[in-house]
Design a protein around this ligand. Sequence first.
Ligand SMILES: C[S@@+](CC[C@H](N)C(=O)[O-])C[C@H]1O[C@@H](n2cnc3c(N)ncnc32)[C@H](O)[C@@H]1O
Length: 399
Amino acid sequence: MYHVRFLKVPYTKTSKISIFKRFESKSNRSAEQITLARSPISRPPANGGYIIHAVVTVTTDLGESFLYGDAQLSVTFLSISKDGKESIVSHQIVDWTCGMQALPIELPVTISDIRRIKKQNAAADEFIIKVDLNQGVRYVDHNHGDAENNDPIRFLPVTSQKFEIRDGFVRYKRDDNGFVVRKVELGNLRLALLEETGNSVNKHLWDSGLLLANYISTSSAAIQKKILSSLIPSIASGKIVRILELGTGCGLVGILFSKLVPNSEVYLSDLESTRDVCERNIALNKDRHGRHGKMRFVTFDWDSSSNTASENAEVYDKDWDLVISCDCTYNPDSFGILTDVMQKVIGQTTKLLLVHKDRHGSEKQIFDMLRDKTKFVCDSEVVLGKKMGISRAHILSKN
Ligand SMILES: C[S@@+](CC[C@H](N)C(=O)[O-])C[C@H]1O[C@@H](n2cnc3c(N)ncnc32)[C@H](O)[C@@H]1O
């Protein structure tokens, strides 16, 4: 999958007046430099405006390669009303060309646009910028070729955090610095997840979790039921279902399962450094009507000697119906501690859902280790997506 990322989240450079001057001189210099196709803003008005800047890139989930081809990105500037309603203020198309690694965006915003939207949308004082593939135009991908029918999600759009424009400056709430929002809209699944803009491993979304979410949420109700009962055979009994996710990161998969299984208790576990982003995502995705299971983040290192006694007890002293590990097998050095944990948390009736993307051959060793150490066997395997690295889901249980 390609992830559209902000290398620099939307920002303004200078105060309102000088921005307007820059804006004037730039737009006079070259109309192509600011691509205004389909934008309602054609010229800066006499009474001032802003330029909002951002820098975006299009990479694989690990960031090891950029989209090598031509594409059009659609940049939409939206206002958010107090009740969360989004209205388009302006829109432009920018060109990503083969060989690019970063694309600066300049989005002119006129005062009259802002006034217009405030009038239409009484309390509009917060804004977001969304960058997505221009869906109407085919893109070229020299590295991976055309999308196939069975690879439906190739582009993950990105949305900035909400910001205000005060005195000509883009301003974020203090806690929002360094995060963007991923709107995951697949089938009938609607999630908004915060993700870090930096290079951390734990505060990002990874392909195999996204493809798993896509696979389940775009399946028909009958297939979804079948998938869930093969993962949780006791689901029909009405008893509380206990689910543990190891290495949850931003929490996408744990949150997904809490929505799929409303009579569940989902423990989303990871290192303490992940708590902030994961707890914020849990809070963001709670349904007002409580149509989901209970969710909580727990600090848990696969290296049990690094945990406190109560952290270990929280995970080891429970009977789990389902244990999930998604994109946690990228580093063979941690297979020893990870399989030790799996051995301890998997009981006679527990299922293990192990999801991964084929990143390198040594990942397969985990299956040999699980078989030898814990007598787990693979009940079934599903290919979730083929392009740009095959992602697979395996259901394992005790022999
Ligand atoms: C590639 S990320 C995958 C995150 C998430 N499951 C997803 O699919 O988006 C791997 C996760 O494993 C976690 N992890 C790595 N080593 C760990 C350890 N020793 N104990 C607990 N979690 C660990 C990282 O913090 C990170 O969140």
